[in-house]
Design a protein around this ligand. Structure first.
Ligand code: CP3
Length: 366
């Protein structure tokens, strides 16, 4: 960034809540847009040298507790890529960590839990979240960001199922055997756990919106490991409650529900009631739109690995995504999952520019 002039993504001191007509929010609502908006999941992170320089070592939870650093790390990708939205630098395990469940995030591994959730007594380790008291640093960062950014800020929480995966498995998992054993072996305890995690997510999301976030995304990243029936019975009801309670307290606020490998769940996810459903790269967007229906916007879905295959491939595949998204309103361009650490930032910058130039979903043709 050049000293003196604010970078493109930042307009200091202009206050939050002024983004009503921003292309990202309009696309979430299925309205026409001047250009197709784009942001990248996990846009902050190791792909950026300026992130590595600012972040330092230690647990990401320590970094998240420093609002000045969070502002810097959140703004970096917006400045660099020219994205239409920022996503607050935080993590899906922050609320559970903040109520003292005992979870950390190990660099290079992800969330790790010393004493995983196993039995009814463990519910006592998941007391309600009081955001002002338990995560004041998140709210301070969101307030600063809402004042600084020139684009809307996305707040987020983990979906109850995905957070449960980490708490029950004790860390990242390949087969999710322990969480499946709990869901099916003790459905009553599962219900209580999911309801507690839904309350944590709800309190966290509401507090981020009150502090100035313009939209929220629910990352239910691992929902795709479930069958449609099990998702519908054991996860969707809590997700639907989360979305409904958010809509009651924050009417009109765009909400996004995302998971990986959810091709067979998309029609069910659309029933959660969010404004947008995020789609990974496995389902072409025209087919995703059919499964999700005309009243819900779609977000996605360039395979992040193709950003590593050179610009020609990335450009062709970006055009393919734009093509499949069609011309109807309600497309937010994104990757099908998070930015991979080995990605050349220049490719993402060029992808964003290409989307702005050539995206047609909801863009009036003169
Ligand atoms: O998108 C963003 O730029 C905002 C920040 C963000 C982070 N985590 C920061 C982070 C977001 C939105 C998340 C969400 C998150 N965290 C998810 C859902 C999204 C997804 O990828 O499916 C999940 C499953 C987690 C749990 C988690 N935290 C994982 C799997 C990891 C990766 C471990 C690693 O180092 O590769 C983390 C750590 C983490 N969270 C990093 C970042 C930038 C990694 C780098 C670091 O520690 O500095």
């Amino acid at each position: 960034m050049t000293a003196g002039a604010p970078a493109a993504g930042r307009v200091p001191g202009t206050g939050g809540g002024r983004f009503d007509q921003a292309p990202f929010l309009r696309a979430c609502r299925g309205q026409p847009v001047p250009h197709v908006p784009v942001w990248f999941m996990r846009q902050a992170g190791r792909a950026l040298p300026e992130y590595r320089a600012a972040r330092g070592s230690g647990s990401i939870l320590e970094a998240i507790a420093r609002p000045d650093l969070v502002v810097e790390l959140t703004c970096q990708p917006v400045d660099r890529y020219g994205t239409d939205a920022a996503v607050v630098f935080s993590d899906i395990v922050v609320p559970a960590a903040a109520v003292g469940f005992g979870v950390d995030v190990a660099p290079g591994t992800g969330p790790v839990v010393a004493e995983p959730f196993r039995r009814r007594e463990d519910l006592g380790r998941l007391r309600p979240l009081d955001p002002e008291a338990d995560t004041p640093y998140v709210l301070e960062a969101v307030r600063l960001l809402a004042d600084t950014l020139a684009v809307p800020l996305i707040g987020f929480a983990g979906g109850p199922f995905t957070v449960a995966c980490y708490l029950v498995e004790g860390g990242p998992s390949r087969n999710f055997t322990k969480v499946k054993a709990l869901m099916h072996g003790d459905p009553v305890l599962w219900h209580h756990l999911v309801e507690r995690l839904t309350d944590l997510a709800l309190a966290s999301l509401r507090s981020q919106l009150d502090a100035g976030a313009s939209a929220v995304q629910i990352f239910d990243s691992w929902a795709g490991i479930l069958t449609p029936r099990h998702y519908a019975e054991l996860v969707l009801p809590a997700t639907r409650r989360l979305v409904a309670e958010l809509a009651a307290s924050h009417p009109g606020t765009p909400t996004i529900l995302f998971g990986v490998g959810t091709g067979e769940l998309l029609h069910l996810m659309a029933g959660a009631g969010t404004s947008v459903v995020g789609v990974d790269w496995r389902v072409p967007l025209d087919e995703a739109r059919r499964r999700i229906g005309p009243d819900t916007a779609v977000q996605g879905n360039l395979d992040p690995a193709l950003c590593l295959a050179g610009w020609e491939v990335a450009a062709a595949e970006t055009r393919e995504v734009l093509d499949l998204a069609g011309t109807a309103p309600g497309h937010i361009f994104n990757l099908g999952h998070g930015v991979l650490p080995e990605t050349d930032p220049g490719i993402l910058e060029a992808v964003a520019a290409l989307v702005h130039e050539e995206g047609r979903a909801g863009v009036a043709t003169a």
